[in-house]
Design a protein around this ligand. Sequence first.
Ligand code: GL7
Length: 799
Amino acid sequence: MTYQDARPATGLQDAILRHLTYTIGKDTAHATLHDWRMALSYAVRDKIVDSWFVSTRTAYEAGAKRVYYLSMEFLIGRLLGDALVNLRFDAEAKAAVEGLGLSFDAVLHDEPDAALGNGGLGRLAACFLESLSTLACPAMGYGIRYEHGLFRQSFEDGRQIEQPETWLQQRHAWEFERPEAMYRVGFGGHVADQDDRAVWTPAEAVLAEAHDTPVVGWQARWTNTLRLWGARAGDPLDLKRFNHGDYVGAAAAEMLARSISRVLYPDDTTPAGKELRLKQEYFFTAASLHDILRRFDSEHGDIRALPDKVAIQLNDTHPAIAGPELVRLLHDERGLPFDEAVDLARRTLNYTNHTLLPEALEKWPVDLMRHLLPRHMMLIDRIDADHAAHFPARPTPIVADGEVNMGTLSFVMANRVNGVSALHTELVKQTVFADLHALHPERIVNQTNGVTPRRWLHACNPRLSGIITGAIGEGWVGDLEQLSGLEPHLDDAGLQDAIAGAKRANKVDLSNWVSATHGVSLDPDAMFDVQIKRIHEYKRQHLNILEAVALWQAIRANPNAGWTPRVKIFGGKAAPGYVFAKKIIHLINDVARVLNADPVTSPFLKVVFLPNYNVTLAERLIPASDLSEQVSTAGKEASGTGNMKFALNGALTVGTLDGANVEIRDHVGAENFFLFGMTAPEVVARRAVPDHAGQAIAADPRLAAALEAIHQGAFSSDDPNRYHDITGNLRGPDYFLVCSDFTDYWRAQRAVDAAYRDGAHWTRMAALNTARSGWFSSDRTIRGYMADIWGATSLRPGA
Ligand code: GL7
């Protein structure tokens, strides 16, 4: 049976009305927008379930190898539009909803943006799930069902304010609760030796309860599952305490247990260093491994076949405890010899490294580990000793200086270790894992990131998508490399006009929305220059705003020099504890206030910081962007994925040779990319130059003047000293080399200005970015993982 055969005979409107009545319990006269959105979502979900059952059955029947993607984060965003597109149901749904007298847009926008992730790492996991389904690879994502996703950001006098995010205030339309899939996860306690076997008796235990969200692939070819664990107490209420009137105490165990899945840690680069964070990591990893082994047992007999039937991907070190946990399950609980348990675990597990930032490479204090996971700490010590014994040239130990290095643990316990762009993988080999790489030269492989073209072009940019389909047919949606077929058509003036027209219409839409929601009017003919990503010094939003200040000064000095009108748009959240990043946000908002009020310069330069950047805002901004800012200090951004989304949607990049920028430039052509700045080796050399910032400032009066204006309080007259920590940092250590790269950045930006003035040429460069971005599909990335890491196959021939 295929999905098409299973499609129910009733029309979509009937299905919506049926759910409104019988699932929601409302009649049409009293239904709110939310009720309608839920009714539509349930009707659409019904259709996914058909494909889901077929996929599940096919995978069982084939006895195929399964892939499990363990990730602390899945930044899935809204799901309704995505599901409709993949089911090829969007036009029908629009007609059905409008036929009921509702605005389709309003219904889609009623859905909360599920922000179960911080940034690129979490969004990558979501793109991967969609591609795994599109490619019919039997797979499952495992993570945590956070009650509160990434905080909601607003600004008060330019400062970031954080509020809890409440995506679960309304029911999550897409999930199915699975109370029958429930596991106990223990913490603490002691380990005893019984008949030569270690027996761990935890001091406390929580229950992990499964919640399943089906993830439908393109054309409903296949549907996999995202299984998110919620934490609950074994005993929800202490009845004795309750009956004694201690109502709070009676619920204490439940509160404590639930805290494990309460919040997503809002920091994308540093381990929170909190006991709760380690508990979260073990909680979801242990529950997932139990579940994986239960499924394996139900399908296969001999546990020795585990590596042939199961591939587990650890998304960064957050699930790194999977190594010792799997050894514990195989050795302690199933009685396999230790060496064999380690060997099986190692051949089953793989690890993706997503960053080289030292503060982001997780390390846990041995004392904490021993306290929370006493048996795991013993196993880690044994794995460490074992590894050292095999390699007399003592490699980096897993345990050193009272800490467990989770990166080293992950490497030692992995079959394959991968970086996320060509440059990053080389740096992984040369730096963090240099000695381990020397011992295991076959282990590190590269898999450059990708993005799903369904969400990031077809759905978010229907105008451009329609033009492409008109020119080359619609095969590109499922096979993005077909975009290269656009190139021969690019001399066609009609096509060029259509592409330029689509971009302009997207910019008009964005301008209308910004004006309606934020009261700022933007000129759609100005260049839309966009930097959207987490706020971090290495991403250098301060380089961008410094250039804005210098440009403002230059325009003021010579207003009639024929400036290219530009709007600089920023979006992104700073970790609540990252004081410097929050200062950068404040500075951008202060600069925006002054510049936008300047009657001389504002026709040429505006600055807007849109609050609460999330997946939905990215979907709005990227199709309307002309220029993509990818300006990180070379060697610091492991890959980037936003950079790919922009290029795919026909924005040109101004960027450094960092992360996947390098490969983007190779693909789109150096002449269609605005390169500036030092390379990764030059960055290392530059840091060794004494007073590098001072030298750069002395050599560039523009930079000196822009810094001085900020320092003197030109944008903070109420508090002239407000930015002294920023200016002091940039004039002093300037670790991220903002000053040293400024002059070349300025040069590149003026080249951007000149190019933008030649509209036809710009459109051609933009269209070439789209036509040559086919390689950046996450389908290509997942095919690479399937072939080089997992040994997994597609269950749809030809997929
Ligand atoms: C990241 C990298 O910083 C980013 O460059 C990369 O694109 C992404 C996905 O591989 O992973 N690493 C990381 O810790 N976060 C990222 O976004 C939060």
